[in-house]
Structure formats: C-alpha cells, structure tokens
Design a binder for this molecule. Structure first.
Ligand code: ZN
Length: 299
C-alpha cells in the first residue's frame, strides 16, 4: 500500500521508547518445549492475550510507563521506504485516526485515538513489562498499542509471511481494532480462558481482523490536512494478497502445524487461517457494519 509521497503526517499518536528501561522481566508464558513455543507464537500476534495479565485496578507499574519520544516530521515518501518502519506506522496511524474518527462520529460513538508505542527489546506497560518476544499487542488500561520495531523482520524470517507494507499496516490496523472494541465495550465480551473456533476470544480477534479490512478499504478515502488529497493510494490486488497471506500465516491452525503438535481447534484463541482471511476480506468488501462477529451464528 503506497502513501502519497508528499503527504505530511502529524498525529502525535506514535512514540518511540522502551529499551533498557528498568530491569523488567519477560511475561511468563508457562508450559515447556513446543507448547511454550506455540504459546509464544500465538501471543506474538495481535493478542488481547495480555488483557488477563493486566492488574485489576489498572495501577501503573512502579517504574511508570515509558512515555517515549514523539515521532514527528514523517512524509509519505518516508512511509513508503521499506526500511522506515517508524514512519510507516506514523503514516498508518494518521490514516487510521482519520478513518475511525469519522466512522465513530457517523455512528454516534465518542472516540479518542490509542497511543502507539514503538519499542526495542523491552517496555513497561500498564499490562506489565513486555519484551520483544511478546510481539504486537494492545493494552486496554493504557489504551495503547505496543509494537517491537524488529517484529516485521521476524514476521518475514520466521513465518514466511510477506513483509509487504500492507501486511505491516494490517498488524497495526488489527490492534487499532482492539482499541475500538475497548471503546465500544465489546472487548469485555471476551471470557477469560474461553477458546475454540466459535469462542468469544476468536470472535473478538475476527472482529479486529474485520475492522482492519474496513480500514484498508476506507484508507484511500482519508485525506491529509493540506489540500485534502488522499493519503494512501488504493491497494493493488498483490498488496491485498499480502495482507491476506499474513492473516493466513497467523491462523491458529497454521501456527499449530508449524509447531508440529497437530491441529487442535478447541485450543484456538485467534481463529483459523480461513476464518481470519474471511473476516479480513469481509471488512474490506462490506465495511464496519459487517463486522458483528458477536451475533453471527457461526464465524
Ligand atoms: Zn488481536
């Protein structure tokens, strides 16, 4: 997905921070051997997985959250540079902010953007200390999305998913979808420990995928402040295939197969490859209104 070269981004949404702050330990994942690997892989992507680890009173960790340094001055050209993940996230955040502000207002929903924190190695959050091993996640108490800067490289090397720019933006858009769910109260419908292809956990993940698809379709309609020209050019079929490929790669069944332990649908928390591709495509083709995974008889 290509940004208009001379587009200017100024969202004050994205910050860079983390890295060596305090001595924060890894989040305990539990289990041993392959099981740990699978759990780490599964939680690497998009999880609301950390929701359950959030302290109930949502009190900030003793070292305080990293506030980070605001990312400023990115242009569309910077965001198109394959090596410049920071500006790509900033450009994506600019577009998602505009898309969701408009969509929420059209639906009478009070909306505020999440914070997006890019970090290296480790970061302190309202959901506890996180390391790069956790991968991208949304932390509800902070209303913040955390993304490790090296994640997309990992995604390509370890999972074979295309590292294409739209695939990267899909990751951000999915986490943004969890933020929208948090605002609308839908995130609370996830029951702790619930799993399986039709579970509340999977329905929540598929809705976030659907919201991501709706943003992809709406992105080329969002405009920047100067001149009102679109920020993003409509995605090509190849780029859309990249995003669908990413959704396929991180399906629970694909991850279980990769882990070598056999496919066990009852343990799914994010949805199969087919489910994830279907809902991403549904959001893209039909928009936000088609994303009610909660009342769909089957997802
Ligand atoms: Zn998710």
């Amino acid at each position: 997905m290509t940004f208009r070269g001379d587009a200017n981004f100024d969202t004050s949404t994205v910050s860079r921070g983390g890295g060596g702050r305090g001595g924060g330990g890894a989040i305990a994942v539990g289990g041993g051997g392959i099981l740990t690997l699978i759990l780490v892989l599964a939680s690497m992507f998009f999880g609301v997985d950390l929701t359950g680890l959030a302290p109930q009173d949502a009190s900030p960790p003793s070292q305080g959250q990293s506030q980070g340094e605001e990312v400023t001055g990115c242009t569309g050209e910077d965001a198109n540079d394959p090596a410049n993940v920071t500006c790509r996230m900033e450009g994506g955040a600019d577009s998602m902010s505009r898309f969701w502000t408009e969509t929420a207002s059209a639906n009478g929903i009070e909306y505020a953007d999440p914070r997006v924190m890019l970090f290296d190695r480790q970061v302190e959050t309202g959901c506890g200390a996180a390391t790069s091993a956790v991968g991208p996640f949304y932390c509800p108490p902070d209303q913040a999305i955390y993304i490790d800067s090296t994640f997309f490289q990992q995604m390509r090397e370890q999972f074979g998913a295309s590292g294409g720019s739209l695939a990267q933006l899909y990751v951000l858009a999915h986490e943004w979808g969890h933020h929208v769910q948090n605002i609308t109260g839908q995130l609370e419908r996830v029951q702790q420990g619930d799993s399986g292809p039709q579970s509340s956990a999977v329905r929540s993940e598929l809705q976030a995928d659907c919201y991501a698809g709706a943003w992809i379709a709406g992105a080329s309609q969002t405009t920047d402040d100067d001149g009102g020209a679109p920020v993003l050019v409509e995605p090509t079929q190849q780029e859309m295939n990249d995003a669908l490929n990413a959704a396929h790669t991180i399906g629970d069944d694909a991850l279980q197969e990769m882990g070598g332990g056999g496919v066990n649908p009852e343990s799914w928390t994010h949805g199969s490859s087919e489910q994830r591709m279907n809902w991403l495509a549904r959001g893209f083709n039909e928009g936000v209104g088609a994303c009610d995974t909660w009342n769909a008889p089957e997802v």
